[in-house]
Ligand binder design. Structure first.
Ligand SMILES: [Cu+2]
Length: 162
């Protein structure tokens, strides 16, 4: 009798957890849909990716319509590159240019931040495959506070980037 009771409890528990799992899945799906809109933290424009051998540099303009600064702590492009980071091209007094990694980017409240040639850019290193002009590449921005935003870049020839 004791054994039967235990089995009954177990069956009921399994059943109710199956139901709540289905409910949870439905809720998650709805939440994810809402999040897609909510996660547009910044407006993006002028995305261009220029490929040189096994690396690529990404340029774009990020605009922050919010009343608070937005801090971008990092970037990933796992579909196409082993590594992605913010870089700054610095030219010294002798005219020698070097690239330096940048920890984070701040897009000021009501302002914008521009990644452009000869200055800040998104550096993708260790490309996993060949990319040609017209290809689309997904890059993910990682914000302070844990939110992320996917940005689509188009591969362009260097001469076609403003
Ligand atoms: Cu670089």
């Amino acid at each position: 009798m004791k054994k039967f009771a235990l089995g009954f409890v177990l069956a009921t528990t399994l059943l109710s957890s199956a139901v709540s799992f289905a409910e949870e899945a439905a809720t998650n799906a709805a939440e994810n849909q809402a999040t897609v809109v909510a996660q547009e933290v910044l407006q993006v424009a002028n995305q261009a990716l220029v490929v040189t051998d096994k690396n690529a540099a990404g340029y774009l303009t990020l605009t922050n319509a919010d009343a608070k600064d937005v801090v971008v702590l990092g970037v990933t492009a796992g579909d196409v590159a082993n590594k992605a980071e913010f870089h700054k091209t610095v030219t010294d007094e002798k005219g020698v240019s070097t690239m330096q990694p940048v920890d984070k980017i701040v897009v000021p409240a009501g302002g914008s931040f521009e990644f452009k040639q000869g200055a800040d850019h998104i550096m993708l290193t260790g490309l996993k495959g060949a990319l040609k002009a017209g290809d689309k590449v997904k890059v993910t921005l990682h914000f302070e506070g844990g939110k992320t935003q996917d940005v689509e870049f188009v591969v362009k020839n260097p001469g076609d980037v403003k």
